[in-house]
Ligand binder design. Structure first.
Ligand code: ADP
Length: 359
């Protein structure tokens, strides 16, 4: 077993996720130094919710009474933009976080990209884990540990009636699909705890949403982009079936409100003059989300799997996309496929990585 403190890190294309295990049981650490170090690190990480300008602790996600490696404690969840890695390394050095931690488990592309930086600047060796192995492992562990981890959106046809409902996910019952929407998207089919395959993916993901939205609206953050989208109307930008047919295309069951052509109105100068930043943000969100829903549906159909778990930080503070995904899965499958969401949406890679201490 490695010396405390235990960290799991997922260094992604956009966000770095850090999970920290704070032991709460009364087992005495091996040495005085170790106790002192753990106490310093714990104090710093748990007394703050913001670190520097861009680090943030998701207090609402904190998990208590978690058992890892026969120790009982609390899991803390921290994220910062990967572009701030140099500042993170500096802060970790300043706070003495790396002083006697000898290894940190890390996953994501950044575990490779920043390996040398960790070594040179913190004298830390990264123990690298595969990101998809970690994702599945973290997800299974979290669902097993938290009764109320999973939820779904019911009645998503009418937005006012659409509500979030707790979902008891039979995670021991396989198979199920995982759609991880990060900067890009990976689709996995999970057949058992150690048996999964990556069946598809697309480069049109959360990074695309944020990139296009920044170009079109000049927004400066993901949270701002989502707020703009919440106040926008995509039907001013998208060409709908009814704009082409005057109603629905009933022969093939396509309702009039369905988007026929994303951004299809924007070739018209007059229409362009009428749209707001909010409308453009909404349309970008709807376009990216519907494309992912379509890929997820086809994957589920191909694999003959009816449960689809959507995870990744694209879904953070983003009920619009969750409702759209739910509606698309339900509507096009005539109720046979189900979209499931998880509270710790973006942290499973980091959690799974931390669990390698258990080996
Ligand atoms: P990755 O591992 O590729 O960084 P994540 O699962 O962390 O993937 O998701 C990154 C995506 O989450 C971004 O592309 C963006 O759409 C969304 N996102 C959510 N919160 C933020 C944030 N605070 N800053 C940047 N992107 C965010």
């Amino acid at each position: 077993m490695s010396a405390m403190p235990w960290f799991g890190m997922d260094i992604g294309g956009t966000l770095s996720k850090l999970v920290f295990f704070e032991p709460k049981d009364s087992i005495v650490e091996k040495t005085e130094d170790e106790t002192q170090l753990l106490s310093n690190v714990t104090k710093y990480l748990t007394k703050n919710s913001a670190y520097g300008k861009s680090g943030h602790r998701d207090e609402h996600l904190q998990m208590d009474n978690v058992k890892i490696c026969n120790r009982v404690g609390t899991l803390h969840f921290i994220r910062f933009p990967t572009s701030e890695m140099n500042n993170f390394l500096e802060l970790a050095k300043k706070k003495g976080m790396a002083a006697s931690v000898s290894t940190v488990c890390a996953t994501g592309g950044g575990a490779f990209k920043f390996e040398e930086n960790f070594k040179n600047e913190l004298n830390l060796k990264l123990c690298k884990c595969d990101e998809l192995d970690s994702l599945i492992r973290g997800l299974l562990f979290t669902v097993a540990s938290n009764n109320n981890e999973c939820y779904f959106w019911s009645q998503c046809t009418a937005d006012e009636q659409c509500s979030k409902q707790e979902y008891t996910f039979q995670y021991k019952k396989y198979p199920f699909i995982v759609v991880n929407i990060g900067s890009g998207v990976s689709v996995l089919a999970v057949y058992g705890p150690n048996n999964y395959k990556r069946i598809s993916g697309t480069s049109i993901g959360g990074g695309t949403f944020l990139g296009l939205c920044s170009l079109l609206t000049g927004c400066n953050s993901f949270d701002e982009a989502i707020e703009l989208a919440a106040n926008g109307d995509n039907t001013k930008v998208d060409k709908l079936v009814r704009d082409i047919y005057g109603g629905s295309y009933s022969k093939f069951g396509l309702p009039g409100e369905l988007v026929a052509s994303s951004f299809g109105h924007m070739n018209s100068k007059e229409k362009r003059a009428q749209v707001s930043r909010e409308d453009l943000a909404r349309t970008t969100l709807v376009t990216i989300t519907n494309n992912i829903a379509s890929i997820a549906r086809m994957c589920a159909l191909n694999e003959r799997i009816d449960r689809v778990c959507f995870v990744g930080n694209f879904l953070r503070v983003n009920p619009i996309s969750m409702k759209l995904l739910s509606h698309a899965m339900d509507y096009w499958s005539k109720g046979s496929q189900k979209a499931i969401f998880l509270n710790h949406e973006g942290y499973f890679g980091a959690i799974g990585c931390l669990l390698s201490f258990d080996e």
